[in-house]
Design a protein around this ligand. Structure first.
Ligand SMILES: [Zn+2]
Length: 128
């Protein structure tokens, strides 16, 4: 169910305004490897950095967008199908230590100029 980011091209109406506390690193909740910093939160379009999407099965996917991340590995083929962000392709990313899927990396398509970023599953992150 987590293999594809979902069919929705736009975030749901439920946008979260909640601020992520600064300073403490974000970690993989499975193995506690550091994967990023709250200060790296990045919005590609001015909308909140934390968003809720639905996958094709209707499951809620709450993600935090980061402009920088670490200890993540790309998995599988990059795709532009069912992308949440117009003009961007995605690839699954896993924790480099425990290989749990933590989210997706988004990258601009060849004819698009946009900064790449990560969308990490909030439920699979912890902080501190
Ligand atoms: Zn891990």
């Amino acid at each position: 169910m987590l293999d594809e980011p979902g069919v929705g091209e736009r975030p749901s109406e439920e946008l979260l305004e909640q601020d992520v506390p600064a300073q403490e690193p974000l970690r993989c909740s499975t193995c506690r490897a550091e994967v990023g910093d709250p200060e790296a939160a990045f919005s590609p379009d001015g909308e909140p950095v934390e968003r809720v999407f639905f996958n094709p099965a209707g499951h809620v996917m709450r993600v935090l967008l980061l402009g920088a991340a670490r200890n993540l590995l790309g998995r599988g083929a990059r795709s532009d199908e069912f992308t949440w962000f117009a003009g961007m392709s995605w690839q699954i990313v896993v924790c480099s230590s425990c290989k749990t899927q933590l989210g997706w990396h988004f990258e601009a398509l060849p004819d698009v100029e946009a900064r790449s970023f990560w969308a990490l599953l909030v439920q699979r992150l912890e902080q501190g």
